[in-house]
Design a binder for this molecule. Structure first.
Ligand SMILES: Cc1cc2nc3c(=O)[nH]c(=O)nc-3n(C[C@H](O)[C@H](O)[C@H](O)COP(=O)(O)O)c2cc1C
Length: 467
């Protein structure tokens, strides 16, 4: 355990150009300042000078933005203006895209996972501390390697084991203000694993792992500064650590699968629900869905498109009580008669009616969707009236789809049934519906007890035609 550590900013580091040797520059500046390195010193070096020495600089004028870059630009520009912050050019956005594995979010800043796996704003691309208005510095391709090269050279020159940290400053989720973080290391492990050691009261620590290099980097940044302070190299002296040639920054990067904060982007969430919704036709768990939750789903269903914005949909929630029983019994009577007319066997008919009872009586939620014809436009022209009716049906169908997707997003399974369509008059009579309401569909919903069946989808080539 260190009792005291010292931070020593190295003065006189000259402006760094491509091809400069950072280890030699540090030694030169130490000499000028009458300083020497000691065994176990840690040198924190600002990423900007490493990037400059290695030529990781891009001229934005030489970049041609992609469509994606322009799309992000369009999306960001108004937000930037609203917050009164400088907008990012499509060229800069393109540079950010090229340095990233994934764009996690683009609002007024772009949060990415860089090609190295760091989560940060703008892929660590920096316009400050670099010469020329159009030049930006990129993060080094492999900061561990850069740190290693500097460490090995310093060892040769001083015969001392010195650890190297290459630093940057990142903003943080949930807390304002950028802090120093390490992006490359050599000679010091990224993490200090305290598991197994004892606390003040002798209890064994179970899960304490300290991000020691980020703590050290943040401390060094206190004197490094971000603007024109010009102290891009800081020595940390007195910190006790185990020297390790095998250290790597990769240790500090959390696996995506363990990252509880990582939220899939909106498009991915949307696509997931669109693809995972299935018609669930099996038994549900007994668990109820509250009316509040159903109303939230119907609320979403209101946002569906509708012809003339007519919103002809009416949702009727059928409680699990005697009216539901009575309705299903009466609908079954009609089904029986219809199937008899079709010449079906008694066995077939009894299977159909009891399956219906199972589905509609036991479903935690049964919702009836009606088309309200009251507000459909009338033309005095039977053909156009029929088309208007069709548009009403199309409109309520789109709302029904939203409804099913809203249930899916809440984790509820559901199914669309056409049964009421075949017993319109009975449904209207039992439920005492207004004359203008046409019963169109039932939706069952609840928690699934097992996995739904997944009907095959037609091949894209069968459904897309170019003319
Ligand atoms: C207008 C309509 C009516 C439907 N009616 C029934 C029905 O009466 N009985 C039933 O088992 N499934 C019914 N379904 C569900 C379909 O069988 C189901 O959507 C289709 O097989 C595709 O499966 P998926 O929804 O899991 O993708 C209906 C679906 C729609 C859109």
């Amino acid at each position: 355990m260190s009792e005291k550590i010292e931070l020593i900013g190295i003065k006189n580091i000259p402006l760094i150009k491509k091809g400069d040797n950072i280890a030699e520059t540090i030694m030169q500046s130490l000499k000028t300042g009458n300083l020497t390195l000691k065994e176990g010193d840690i040198i924190v070096i600002a990423q900007s000078i490493v990037s400059k020495s290695r030529g990781y600089i891009k001229n934005l004028k030489e970049i041609s933005p992609s469509r994606e870059a322009y799309q992000i630009y369009e999306n960001m520009v108004s937000k930037a203006h609203k917050l009164n912050i400088p907008e990012k050019s499509p060229e800069l956005i393109q540079a950010i895209i090229e340095e990233s594995k994934e764009i996690i979010k683009s609002e007024h800043v772009i949060i990415v996972e860089t090609n190295h796996g760091f989560i940060c704003a703008n892929a660590g691309i920096d316009k400050s501390n670099v010469n020329g208005n159009d030049n930006v510095t990129l993060l080094p391709k492999d900061s561990d390697k850069e740190a290693e090269k500097i460490r090995v050279l310093l060892k040769k020159m001083t015969e001392k084991n010195i650890a190297i940290i290459i630093s940057d400053s990142f903003g943080r989720p949930f807390r304002r203000g950028a802090v120093g973080v390490a992006i490359g290391i050599s000679g010091i492990e990224a993490l200090l694993d305290k598991r197994g050691s004892k606390d003040l009261y002798g209890k064994t620590l179970q899960s304490t792992i300290i991000g020691q290099i980020d703590n050290l980097t943040s401390a060094a940044q206190l004197i490094m500064g971000e603007a024109d302070e010009g102290l891009p190299v800081v020595i940390i002296r007195g910190y006790k650590y185990i020297f390790s040639e095998a250290a790597s920054i990769k240790e500090i990067i959390r696996e995506k699968s363990d990252d509880l904060f990582r939220v899939p982007n909106e498009e991915k969430i949307m696509t997931k629900h669109l693809k995972s919704r299935r018609s669930y036709k099996f038994e549900f768990e007994i668990e109820k869905i509250t009316n509040k939750e159903i109303e939230e789903c119907i609320d979403i269903a209101r946002y569906a498109p509708s012809a003339h914005n007519g919103q002809y949909w009416r949702y009727i929630i059928l409680e699990q009580d005697s009216i539901r029983d009575d309705l299903i019994e009466k609908m079954n009577k009609k089904l029986k008669a219809d199937l008899k007319k079709d010449g079906k066997s008694d066995l077939f008919i009894s299977q159909k009616t009891s399956s219906r009872r199972e589905k509609f009586l036991k479903a935690p939620i049964l919702v009836l969707l009606c088309l309200d014809t009251e507000e459909l436009e009338e033309y005095n022209d039977p053909e156009r009236d029929e088309l208007e009716y069709l548009m009403g049906v199309q409109s309520i169908s789109s709302s029904a789809t939203y409804f099913l997707l809203a249930l899916e997003a809440k984790g509820y399974a559901s199914c669309w049934y056409c049964a009421p369509l075949f017993a319109k008059e009975i449904v209207k009579e039992v439920l005492n519906l207004p004359q203008s309401y046409i019963p169109m569909a039932f939706f069952t919903a609840g928690r699934a007890k097992k996995a739904p069946t997944v009907p095959k989808r037609k091949n894209l080539r069968e459904i897309i035609f170019k003319i």
